[in-house]
Design a protein around this ligand. Structure first.
Ligand SMILES: [Zn+2]
Length: 251
């Protein structure tokens, strides 16, 4: 979720408890603020193998007809974005290219690949509007109920409030959020990251227009989950970021 005011962490798990943020990088106070791994029901969550620092390939699609999901909050009923965004002079092609650019940010950061697929039934991450619009944007992450300190994500939903103003790029209407920035933020949740704080990183919970790219903490968080971009991963992580799921979490 991305809010301009206040903290309302609403990253939820399907059929699980509300996500509780738990700082992962325990090496220093500063590090713990740079990224926070999402925890669902006490476990880290990621796509692919449930082992921190290992790569994954994830498929995403746009909702093309109304879809309902039981046990989900905020994104429980999703609707296509194409037509509503035209009210803000955003064409479907632009929605798709801005979304691709948002996924590409994360692809450049860590060993994770995203494939756009046309059929929502084949997608791991679904993107759409809200049948009952509220808030600004949400991500809903569901993990499998496997045992272990890291669990595989089963599905993630990203829903935007299509009735509020949207734009492409910064500046202009101060009430409109940049589509690419917002989707990139929600993708961060959809791949296993939580809010590190109010500002300074793309995963921070306050919307801002100071940067339109991942910051160092965002990249470090993605690398902690998926390994670095070359796929050679954990051995090159700084010692303080080495994946040590047991006993590393700060409460
Ligand atoms: Zn958020």
């Amino acid at each position: 979720m991305l809010e301009s005011h206040g903290l309302r962490s609403q990253v939820l798990a399907l059929c699980l408890t509300v996500a509780v943020a738990s700082a992962f990088a325990a090496g220093s106070a500063r590090a713990s603020e740079e990224f926070v791994l999402l925890k669902l029901d006490g476990a880290y969550v990621k796509w692919g193998e449930p082992v921190l620092g290992t790569g994954a390939t994830v498929r995403y699609a746009f909702v093309i007809e109304e879809m309902k999901f039981s046990g989900v909050r905020n994104c429980e009923a999703m609707t296509p974005l194409d037509a509503p965004l035209k009210h803000f002079a955003i064409e479907p092609e632009q929605l798709h290219s801005e979304t691709a650019a948002a996924f590409a940010m994360w692809e450049r950061a860590a060993d994770i690949r995203f494939l756009a697929v046309a059929d929502p039934a084949e997608a791991d991450i679904l993107i759409g509007g809200q049948l009952a619009p509220k808030g600004r944007a949400f991500a809903n992450v569901a993990s499998r109920n496997d045992a272990g300190s890291t669990r595989p994500i089963d599905r993630a939903l990203i829903c935007l409030n299509q009735t509020l103003p949207w734009k492409i790029g910064f500046g202009g209407d101060a009430n409109a959020y940049d589509l690419r920035y917002t989707i990139a933020h929600e993708i961060g949740h959809a791949i296993g990251l939580n809010h590190p704080g109010p500002s300074g990183q793309l995963m921070a919970f306050k919307y801002g227009e100071g940067f339109r790219a991942l910051q160092a903490g965002d990249t470090d968080g993605a690398v902690a989950l998926y390994g670095n971009r070359s796929g050679t991963t954990t051995a090159t992580l700084p010692a303080r970021r080495a994946p040590q799921p047991s006993g590393m979490g700060l409460r």
